[in-house]
Design a protein around this ligand. Structure first.
Ligand code: NAP
Length: 281
C-alpha cells in the first residue's frame, strides 16, 4: 500500500491529542496550528509547518479539527487555493450541514475527496483513541481513511453520503445538551435539599440515569472547577446548529434559551457543565 503523508490542521483541546495518536502510531505526520505554540511538542517526531499551504502541498490526507463554520471556511479558503487533485480531506469539526455541503462540493470540483467525520467523545476519549467517528462520504474514501480512524476512535459509523456524519453528530449532541442541563439542575436540587454533592453524584452514576457523560463531569462538579474540556460556547454552537437543522421540540427552546443566557452571563469559556453556575444564579 502507498504511504500516505498525513497533515493535521487544528491542535485545540481535541485536535492536539488526536494528532498525537497519529504520531504515536508512526504515520508520517505534519501539523499546523494558527497559534504556533500548540505545535511545539510535535517538533521532535513530526513536521511542523508555519504556513498552511506547505502542509497542504506535502500531505495526501488532510485532517481538520476546528472550532466552527467560520474557522473551517477560513482554512478551506487556503486549501482550495492549492492544487489538491487526488488528496483526501477529512473534516472532524462540528459544523453546519450547509458549510459541509459547500466545502465537500468545492473539494470535489477540484478532483479531490471529502469526508465529514465529526466525533462523539471529549478530550479523554480523544487522548485514549476511543472516539466514536460518524462519517459521511464515499466508501472508497472511508477505506482510505480507515487506518487513521482506527487510531483515533473505537468505532466508525459510516452513515451515508457527505453531510450524514454531521447529521449524526448534531443529533447526538442535542441529546448531550439535555443531559448536561438535566445533570446541573439535578445537582442543584440535591444541594438545596441538603444532599452532599459527592453522594448525589455517586447515586446518579450508579443508577440507570448515569452515563459516560455524567461520570466524566463528576470531578468538575465535586471540585467546583470548570476548566474547559468542551467549552459551553461550543455546546451553544451545536444547539444553534441543531435548531437551524430542524430541532423544533419543547426541550430545544429551553436549551437554546438557557445556554444562550449562560453565554451572555459570561460562562461561555468554561466547560459545558459550568452551566450549573449560571443556573445557580
Ligand atoms: P478548541 O480547543 O477551541 O480548538 C479550536 C481549534 O480551531 C484551534 O486549533 C484553533 O486555533 C482553531 N481555529 C479557530 N479558528 C480558526 C481560524 N479562523 N483559522 C485557523 N484555525 C482556527 O476546540 P475543540 O474543543 O478542540 O473543538 C474542535 C471541534 O470539535 C469543535 O467543532 C467542537 O464542537 C468539536 N468537538 C469538541 C469536543 C470537546 O469535547 N472539546 C468533543 C467533540 C467535538 P488556535 O489555537 O489558534 O485558536
Amino acid at each position: 500500500m502507498e504511504t500516505e503523508n498525513i497533515g493535521f490542521i487544528g491542535l485545540g483541546n481535541m485536535g492536539h491529542p488526536m494528532a498525537k495518536n497519529l504520531e504515536k502510531a508512526g504515520f508520517p505526520l505534519s501539523v499546523y496550528n494558527r497559534s504556533p505554540e500548540k505545535s511545539e511538542d510535535f517538533k521532535e517526531k513530526s513536521i511542523v509547518y508555519n504556513q498552511m499551504p506547505d502542509l497542504i502541498s506535502n500531505s495526501s490526507i488532510v485532517f481538520t479539527m476546528l472550532t466552527d463554520d467560520h474557522a473551517v471556511r477560513a482554512v478551506y479558503e487556503e486549501i482550495l487555493k492549492s492544487d489538491i487533485r487526488g488528496k483526501l480531506f477529512i473534516d472532524m469539526s462540528t459544523i453546519s450541514p450547509q458549510a459541509t455541503a459547500e466545502l465537500s462540493g468545492a473539494v470535489k470540483i477540484k478532483e479531490a475527496s471529502f469526508i465529514d467525520a465529526p466525533v462523539a467523545g471529549s478530550t479523554g476519549p480523544a487522548a485514549e483513541g476511543t472516539l466514536i467517528i460518524m462519517a459521511g462520504g464515499e466508501e472508497k474514501d472511508l477505506q482510505r481513511a480507515m487506518p487513521y480512524f482506527e487510531k483515533l476512535g473505537k468505532a466508525v459509523k459510516h452513515l451515508g453520503e457527505n453531510g450524514k456524519g454531521i447529521a449524526g453528530k448534531l443529533s447526538i449532541n442535542y441529546f448531550l445538551s439535555t443531559i448536561y442541563q438535566g445533570l446541573a439542575e439535578t445537582v442543584l436540587l440535591a444541594d438545596k435539599l441538603g444532599i452532599e454533592r459527592t453522594s448525589m453524584l455517586e447515586i446518579i452514576n450508579e443508577s440507570a440515569s448515569g452515563s459516560g457523560a455524567t461520570k466524566v463531569k463528576t470531578p468538575m462538579l465535586i471540585n467546583n472547577q470548570y476548566d474547559p474540556a468542551f467549552a459551553l460556547d461550543l455546546m451553544l454552537k451545536d444547539i444553534l446548529l441543531a435548531k437551524n437543522a430542524g430541532a423544533d421540540f419543547p426541550l430545544s427552546k429551553v436549551l437554546n434559551e438557557t445556554y444562550q443566557a449562560a453565554h451572555d452571563n459570561g460562562f461561555g469559556k468554561d466547560d459545558v457543565i459550568g452551566i450549573i453556575n449560571y443556573l445557580k444564579k
